[in-house]
Design a protein around this ligand. Sequence first.
Ligand SMILES: Cc1cc2nc3c(=O)[nH]c(=O)nc-3n(C[C@H](O)[C@H](O)[C@H](O)COP(=O)(O)OP(=O)(O)OC[C@H]3O[C@@H](n4cnc5c(N)ncnc54)[C@H](O)[C@@H]3O)c2cc1C
Length: 407
Amino acid sequence: MNAPHPAAPAGVLIVGGGLVGASLAIALDAAGLRATLVDAAAPSRDAAASYDERNLALARASVNGLTSLGVWPHAASSATAIRRIHVNRAGEFGSARLDAARQGVDALGWTLPARELGAALARRLDGCTRLTRHAPATLVALDPIEGGWRALVRDGQGTRTVDAALLVGADGTESFVRERLGVAVQRHDYGQSLFVCTITPARDHAGQAFERFSDEGPVALLPLTQGRCGLVLTVPAGQADAVAALDDEAYAALAQRRLGWKLGRLARPGRRQFYPIRRVAATRLTGPRAVLVGNAAQTVHPIGAQGFNLGLRDALTLAELLQNAADPSAPALLDAYAARRLPDREGTMTMSHGLVQLACLPQPLLAPLRSLALLAFDRVPPLQQTLARRGMGFRGEPPRAVLEPLP
Ligand SMILES: Cc1cc2nc3c(=O)[nH]c(=O)nc-3n(C[C@H](O)[C@H](O)[C@H](O)COP(=O)(O)OP(=O)(O)OC[C@H]3O[C@@H](n4cnc5c(N)ncnc54)[C@H](O)[C@@H]3O)c2cc1C
């Protein structure tokens, strides 16, 4: 690998300090690398769009990664272990259960309000000594220069330029960096809207998560602290306004009809938020001296709970490759990044998309096949083990920071 020209810009510029950009900034700082983080949202994480009412299901691999970054100690007290996952389809006989104990682990993953993860990242960012932060500040222009990029960043005081050897687009689904790099995207509109809120079941959730598919779309219940659950409810997009207008009692009744009575009566829905659901996938992960991570690289259907999990593995893989690199933007390094991320990214996106497509299609002929697939998953241990490992975030060649001995 050739060393960069002495006068060439140094360091990494991360555009976007959401969950993934912030994780990358921490990982680079921990690796002893200099970086600049520019985020349009104020450092107070409540102001950031993705730190809202959503509750995140974090794969086991992600919690390992956040632990290695020193973030998890700030979040663990707000997290709930997922001990079992129960998946079925309304009106069909097959169902699948995943059990942490049967996989030889204490938890398949953990749930955590996005706001709490944001606060934990913000606390850990405050301890980063090699990182320069500009927030709230917006990237407004990007120009290639000899050996790197020159960014024009605007904040309340005016504009400044930031030069860097490597540009990282962590700026979300409608990424400005991706557009500036000329990277095309494939889009798919699911024609669904997804509501999130907390809800309180009559019975103890005992660390169980439920996922149920129906013609109206998927619905999930995630275990939270204080006996509450995170409710994720998908409706056809055309019904979103009517569902948003329901009062709490009618909304709880809708959730009950869609989820069934496994945890008894569902009551006290919290503040509701809803989102249009789309899949946006970049056709390339790199450009000249540039990389895309997180939602800028791929935005997936939230019901598979994979977006942040995948983005964190993007960030940790990139940090690992950069750690001992003489030139952070050498073509060989960027190629290695794209190659390392390929199996995990393709596999996770195919699984997420396929799950929603297959599970929500109303064709009656598919029903027995779907039920058999769920039964096979439930009864065939090797199949279950392989899928469980993938579901826990160990897919392809994972970054070292997420690894642990196989049970
Ligand atoms: C309802 C819902 C539930 C979900 N549940 C899960 C789950 O259970 N598990 C899971 O793993 N994932 C889940 N996800 C997905 C997850 O939330 C996202 O994948 C993740 O938040 C993406 O993080 P990001 O940092 O890549 O992007 P974002 O959070 O979108 O952050 C992008 C950042 O870039 C900044 N930015 C944008 N443009 C500029 C600019 N020009 N200059 C400076 N800054 C800029 C923005 O201010 C923002 O802070 C869910 C998503 C939704 C919608």
